[in-house]
Design a protein around this ligand. Structure first.
Ligand SMILES: [Fe+2]
Ligand SMILES: [Fe+2]
Length: 339
């Protein structure tokens, strides 16, 4: 179950002391809590776990008082009872990772932390909405968009990109990167604050439809089949549906989510739009999106150096707005994703 969603290492309690914790965000313990000897083994194993490590989740046989008391005494932040349900396990562990990441961001990154937390808040809320129906108000969205813009103005794109790499979800990393690149581009183009704000929120939500696509396809380590490509492409229209249900998004943002894979020559999807039917805000996001995807590391490919990625964009004449691609050059040169 965990393998569908997380990168994790499995080990026995006896092996815990040898484990390297430096990049871990949490610990899930699945061990019996029946007898005092079980508890002693866990205490011994956990002694090796550094205090900075934020979360411990326990899987227990049932929600019996004796297990709960023991698990809490052992430092459990959360407890998941059996029989394990995928939705509960994912929600609890996601939550643990979110808290861990926020702690790390605020300790390692100064000024960027506020913008990153704001950006991931939007994504988390929207992704949850796609599953559960919790809403984010328009005011909250713009407020988060503002924080992202202020952060970028303060710290510059380079530091933002460096910090974004710390996120565990590929789709979140990508969305935060696209947002940073697009807002940096917008600032370079001299866009007004209102437009920048629209651009920030559009960047954050552009791939929101991926919340409705199985993770096994999004993070598949190899080429997708024709049928799988067709499913992944649905993230555009699924995203539009999510925003319409959520409400509070302007038509321009819905346009970005639906049409960021359209090409000027009509070869894109989902509607095969061409020329002037593709609006400026969409064009800016499309260029930022393609560039970000090229320089990112994915399960199936290595990252491309930024100069090579930019050369790739400049060969897309006919498909992309070349005056924008020209203007994008300094942003591309500034945006490096060192491994
Ligand atoms: Fe997309
Ligand atoms: Fe994208």
């Amino acid at each position: 179950m965990l393998a569908q969603r997380y990168v994790f290492v499995e080990c026995s309690l006896a092996e815990l002391p040898q484990f390297h914790w430096n990049k871990s965000l949490g610990l899930v313990i699945d061990a019996p809590l029946e007898a005092e000897t079980d508890v002693q083994r866990i205490i011994h194993g956990c002694r090796a776990v550094p205090k900075i490590n934020p979360g411990i989740t326990f899987l227990v046989d049932q929600l019996a008082r004796q297990y709960m008391v023991r698990a809490h005494a052992l430092g459990a932040e959360t407890i998941i009872p059996r029989p394990l349900q995928e939705s509960t396990v994912f929600t609890v562990i996601d939550d643990m990772l979110v808290r861990a990441r926020k702690d790390i961001w605020s300790s390692q990154f100064g000024a960027e932390a506020a913008g990153l937390v704001a950006g991931t808040d939007v994504l988390e809320n929207l992704f949850q909405f796609a599953v559960s129906g919790t809403k984010l108000t328009q005011y909250e969205l713009y407020d988060r968009g503002d924080t992202v813009i202020d952060t970028l103005a303060d710290t510059g794109l380079g530091r933002w990109v460096e910090a974004v790499k710390a996120h565990h979800s590929q789709t979140f990393r990508h969305s935060l990167l696209v947002t940073g690149v697009a807002v940096g581009f917008g600032q370079h183009l001299g866009m007004r604050r209102d437009d920048l704000r629209r651009l920030a929120v559009s960047g954050l939500v552009h791939d929101i439809g991926k919340a409705a696509i199985p993770l096994s396809l999004l993070e598949k380590p190899g080429a997708l089949t024709k049928d799988e490509v067709a499913i992944v492409r649905q993230h555009t229209t699924l995203g539009r549906d999510i925003l319409l249900r959520q409400g509070g998004f302007t038509p321009e943002m819905i346009d970005v989510v639906t049409h960021h894979h359209e090409m000027l020559d009509g070869s894109g999807y989902p509607d095969g739009l061409a020329g002037n039917d593709i609006k400026d805000l969409v064009r800016v996001v499309t260029i930022s999106d393609i560039f970000a995807a090229l320089i990112e590391q994915r399960a199936y490919k290595l990252p491309m150096p930024n100069e090579v990625a930019y050369a790739h964009l400049s060969k897309m004449e006919g498909k992309l707005d070349m005056s924008l691609v020209d203007a994008f050059r300094p942003i591309a040169m500034e945006t490096r994703l060192a491994a």
